[in-house]
Design a protein around this ligand. Structure first.
Ligand SMILES: [Zn+2]
Length: 82
């Protein structure tokens, strides 16, 4: 039986880390920090046809993400974040 050493443990932990690492970094992390501090905002209509925020409204705060204007609900909901 193989002796459990610190080296072996580190090896196992390193392998686990690689396996569980998230998919490659997205264009913009869908969190509040990115929304508020990482994007330029303008008022307009969210381009998501299923948007819950712009229904019945003329303008909301939107940001250009993946060449589409979207509101914070769609941004945080991961719209177009394939
Ligand atoms: Zn929206």
């Amino acid at each position: 039986m193989k002796e459990v050493t610190t080296d072996l443990l580190n090896e196992v932990l390193a392998a686990k880390e690689v396996k569980s690492s998230p998919r490659k970094k997205k264009e913009a992390a869908r969190d509040f920090d990115t929304w508020f501090f990482g994007l330029d905002h303008t008022y307009g209509k969210c381009e998501n046809p299923d948007c819950i925020d712009t229904r019945g409204k003329v303008e909301v705060m939107t940001a250009l993400v993946r060449e589409h204007r979207m509101c914070r609900f769609c941004f945080l909901g991961g719209w177009l974040d394939a």
